[in-house]
Design a protein around this ligand. Structure first.
Ligand code: NDP
Ligand code: OXD
Length: 308
């Protein structure tokens, strides 16, 4: 039995050391150095090698090295293969930091103050408490719920929207298409932490922006494919949205000369809202492998029919 890792070198070195120390009975190989492909039961990768059924005929689990799994072509994966997304506390904590930073920046009008500074303009706007600001998070999964818990700690009036119903304390929970309108109507700052699936592609568009209160703002830390770019430009132009903070774009990197680069209402970060943290992720993987060995359900199993 063996575990193969295909990914960046630094994380590979940390994982190799932790596996050797904590699970020495499971050989850890760094792709493409695999002695016996028939022994490989577990693969961790962002992009798996092609023809997995032939490359590793006895593979049981494909672990994504990130929280997202939209990079996988499910139709090309062996049908019975379990796919597991990354659920680890380091990645979750970094996402909470990013979302808190973005929401606080929008709440306190920092994009507006930076524009004023560029014009040499000293002008105050009313200071509002967080409790009067309605934040709505699309996606109440591992990341969305953790971000909401932290925003609630900061005092915001928080709501979340997901496919199935959640009941998180202190959070107004909305579910499904039927409740999307009510969720949006009470949202001043909209945060997207959805996975990219055929259902969610292009969700951040005209219809959603039009259902938000005028002057609302947007944080997209999900995927670039969630956003309909011309609809965002149009909503900013019309004042339906006042600002957007985008961590993800399509394509990445954003093409030179793209109107987002120097748009006064848009802040961009280069897909750094969060990232898998080598040390904490190694521990999460080892815990998951122990669960698997004990015949228990793995954490983060993807429903391949839903795409997340
Ligand atoms: P989860 O799978 O834990 O959560 C996904 C959430 O989205 C669930 O609440 C799910 O609803 C909801 N959802 C999915 N489809 C729909 C739909 N059609 N309508 C309404 N709700 C829907 O994912 P994570 O929280 O771990 O990660 C979310 C995403 O964050 C990742 O897929 C990735 O795209 C992005 N990400 C971005 C990073 C960055 O640096 N920018 C870093 C890491 C992740 P339900 O609860 O009913 O299942
Ligand atoms: C992820 C990401 O999905 O970094 O983990 O985007």
């Amino acid at each position: 039995m063996a575990f193969v890792y295909k990914g960046d070198t630094r994380r590979g070195a940390v994982w190799a050391e932790q596996f050797a120390r904590k699970m020495p009975e499971l050989p850890f190989c760094i792709w493409p150095e695999v002695a016996d492909a028939t022994q490989v039961r577990f693969l961790a990768a962002w992009e798996p090698p092609p023809r997995l059924d032939q490359a590793f005929p006895n593979l049981e689990v494909l672990f994504s090295v990130g929280a997202g799994v939209d990079q996988f072509d499910f139709s090309a994966l062996p049908p019975g293969l379990k796919v597991v997304r990354m659920v680890e506390p380091g990645l979750t904590a970094c996402m909470c930091e990013y979302v808190s930073w973005a929401v606080l920046s929008l709440h306190r009008g920092i994009p507006q103050y930076l524009r004023q500074q560029q014009r040499g303009e000293w002008k105050e706007h009313p200071v509002r408490p967080a409790s009067s600001r309605r934040v709505g998070v699309m996606g109440m999964g591992t990341l969305g719920r953790a971000a909401l818990a932290q925003l609630r700690q900061l005092g915001f009036d928080c709501a979340g929207w997901s496919r199935s119903r959640r009941n998180d304390p202190g959070i107004r929970c909305y579910a499904g298409e039927a409740e999307l309108g009510d969720f949006l109507a009470r949202t001043d700052i909209l945060v997207c932490l959805l996975p990219l699936t055929p259902e969610t592609r292009g969700i951040l568009g005209r219809r959603i922006f039009g259902a938000l209160p005028p002057g609302a703002s947007l944080v997209n830390a999900g995927r670039g494919g969630h956003l309909v770019q011309p609809d965002l430009l149009d909503a900013l132009e019309r004042g339906q949205l006042s600002a957007a903070i985008l961590d993800v774009c399509e394509p990445e990197p954003l093409l030179p000369g793209h109107p987002f680069w120097d748009h006064p209402g848009i802040w961009l970060t280069p897909h750094v809202a969060s990232a898998t943290q080598a040390e904490t992720a190694a521990q999460a993987l080892l815990d998951n492998l122990r669960r698997h060995a004990a015949g228990l359900p793995l954490e983060g199993v993807v429903d391949r029919s839903q795409g997340y």
